[in-house]
Design a protein around this ligand. Sequence first.
Ligand SMILES: NC(=O)c1ccc[n+]([C@@H]2O[C@H](COP(=O)([O-])OP(=O)(O)OC[C@H]3O[C@@H](n4cnc5c(N)ncnc54)[C@H](OP(=O)(O)O)[C@@H]3O)[C@@H](O)[C@H]2O)c1
Length: 293
Amino acid sequence: MQLRASSDASGVRTAMVNGMRGKRVVVTGGSRGLGEQIVRLLLAEGALVATCAREAAGLKALDASLSEEARTRLLTEELDVTEPGRLEDFVSTAAKRFRESVGPAAPDDVRAAAEADALDGIVACVGGSRGGAFEQTDIADWAATWEMNIGHAVRLTRAALPCLRGAGGGSIVLITSISGWKPGPPAQYGAAKSAQIHLAASLARELAPDGIRVNAVSPGSMLIPGRRWDRMRKEDPRAYAAFAGAELPGGEPVTPQEVARAVVFLLSDWASGVSGAHLPVDRAQNAPSPYGY
Ligand SMILES: NC(=O)c1ccc[n+]([C@@H]2O[C@H](COP(=O)([O-])OP(=O)(O)OC[C@H]3O[C@@H](n4cnc5c(N)ncnc54)[C@H](OP(=O)(O)O)[C@@H]3O)[C@@H](O)[C@H]2O)c1
């Protein structure tokens, strides 16, 4: 086995077996946050990656930040994963484009993997919540939250199954949250994330005969520049310190780069024996927010 050393955006040195080279992976929501870090790590490890987001600007910025070589292995599309049919079309386009993009000059292992419209992995990363506290949240908010998290994960998986089978098996990773098993408001978010954890465990059994592994990854509160916890740390340092003191035994939230490494491990052949698992990446966090549990 050949080991290769590299470092991620946070400067942490990583060394992975060359197991992602030439693998074809679809990641939803890859223009920022956790999805972006998964996409970056997959590209650094030699994978072919397709990702989507609603706004073109984020996808363009991601593309522009990559090396010319990495850009040839990335397919991006502007779409809303909750829009009927768009995600399904994106998955089949990605599998087709991956096959077509591999030219005769590509290394033997990459060419061999590209003989059919096939995928080796998918990551359902888009997620979030609509509405607020229980009595301020209507049924439309519940439905939208469900669709954004579990609905899109189900449709992504259904669309990708023929391509995963076409590759002789593969790996599915659903991004859930510690909110899915450490209860705290908003209930609609935790309930949808909890359903994703159950979905992964159930599908792992159903799809095992096809060589398809399914796992759930639950990030803790992630420190993402400009997002909730980073804003709270800057705008209300006392509240942030109280939250960190009470809920983060390690003193610091996890970073999206740390979560991305766990996701890429589960996509890789190193995790060939791991299926039906629920992997929290939360540095032993207690409640998911200042309001739970
Ligand atoms: N942030 C946290 O602390 C945290 C903690 C635990 C779990 N999680 C989970 O981890 C995952 C990633 O969270 P994050 O905070 O990194 O997300 P984020 O910063 O909100 O980024 C989400 C990504 O998904 C895209 N996106 C959002 N809605 C979309 C839609 N309907 N269709 C297509 N693309 C869409 C966004 O781009 P556009 O806006 O351009 O569409 C962006 O690229 C989610 O499932 C979340 O529930 C997050």
